[in-house]
Design a protein around this ligand. Structure first.
Ligand code: FE
Length: 349
């Protein structure tokens, strides 16, 4: 009898953890489904590290557009757990589409400063990028500049920028509304439009190409494109574009340089919500932050994480401390002003 109960206990001890794991697995398989606007080469190394650390498999769908609409259309049956994207504009588009859910995580709150996550906990910034001036090494002798300076007539015909309606520029313009008000920003947009070398078109890299080719002296672009161009072995001409310019961080002497984020939301009907939260927590961890920022030449959102050597080589800068919640709230106004002044029609209209 004594022997039998001892055997039963041993058996139970042996079986129980396995049983536990089996029950847990039945509830939530050790996987997480990610819909990503971020490219495979950027995030696959991070997912590999996450799987090694947690045993949770990451299934990814990559696309350049339509993922928010897809999650919306899939509704309650959507397999999506996490959406990864860039810019607070896209993150708020996701929350406004009703596809996100609030996530209350002490780990995320501790890692991500409140300026870089939604005040209702529906989106989380994971990396930062600064929107800077790319200035001709040859023709621009300035060491400092402000966004306000771009309206100065001395830059007539010398500025290249992509569409004013692109999310990156809408957020920058929102930051100017926050700093100076709507009327001031409207005048600023008119003056910058008059200073453009050409009609806004192309992406940030093509503006740097404009400086390289002599079409303009300064271009507005995000910091990581410097890294992307310098490391572009497939299109080596981009290295020449990058080498023709220097980065100037605007407004370092006052409120600081405008920054935006890349980030994530957890889908409203996430079938593996716990794993989704674990993935976000990993991306916000020291290891995740270092890898995430380095692979795309971005800045970590978490304080105290070292910048990659290349990013460091661009110099220290002071980020505008404004909350991206405030930027998000001013985006609509900014976009309306862009249309109102006919910014995208270019300098001659
Ligand atoms: Fe970009």
């Amino acid at each position: 009898m004594r022997l039998r109960s001892a055997c039963a206990l041993a058996l139970a001890l042996f079986l129980f953890p396995a049983l536990q794991a089996k029950i847990a697995a039945a509830e939530e398989p050790a996987e997480v489904n990610v819909y990503s606007y971020r490219q495979p080469y950027l995030i696959n190394p991070l997912f590999k590290a996450f799987t090694e650390e947690t045993g949770i498999k990451v299934n990814v769908i990559f696309a350049e557009k339509g993922l928010i609409e897809r999650i919306q259309a899939e509704g309650r049956n959507s397999p999506a757990d996490v959406l990864l994207t860039v810019d607070v504009g896209n993150l708020t588009q996701a929350t406004e589409a009703g596809i996100a859910q609030p996530i209350h995580s002490e780990t995320l709150d501790a890692a991500i400063p409140s300026a870089y996550r939604a005040s209702d906990d529906e989106w989380f910034g994971l990396t930062r990028r600064a929107r800077v001036v790319y200035a001709s090494k040859e023709r621009v002798k300035l060491g400092t500049i402000t966004y306000e300076d771009l309206a100065d007539p001395k830059w007539r015909g010398k500025i290249c920028i992509r569409s004013g309606q692109h999310v990156y520029n809408v957020a920058l313009i929102a930051s100017l509304i926050a700093a100076h008000g709507e009327e001031w920003t409207e005048q600023w947009l008119k003056a910058v439009k008059a200073n453009l070398a050409r009609k806004p078109a192309g992406d940030d890299r093509l503006q740097v190409k404009g400086v390289y080719s002599g079409e303009c002296d300064i271009a507005i672009g995000n910091t990581y494109y410097m890294g992307a161009m310098l490391k572009n072995d497939k299109e080596p001409e981009q290295k020449e574009w990058a080498n023709s310019v220097k980065i100037i961080f605007p407004n370092t002497l006052d409120r600081g340089t405008h920054v935006n984020i890349s980030g994530a939301v957890v889908a409203k009907y996430a079938p593996h919500k716990d794993n989704a939260v674990k993935l976000l927590e990993f991306l916000a961890s020291d290891k995740g932050q270092e890898m995430y920022a380095e692979v795309n030449n971005e800045y970590p959102v978490k304080d105290g994480i070292p910048w990659s050597p290349l990013v460091k080589s661009w110099g220290e800068f002071k980020p505008d401390p404004i909350s991206l919640n405030e930027i998000a709230a001013l985006r609509k106004k900014a976009s309306e002003l862009v249309d109102k002044v006919g910014f995208d029609e270019g300098p001659s209209s």
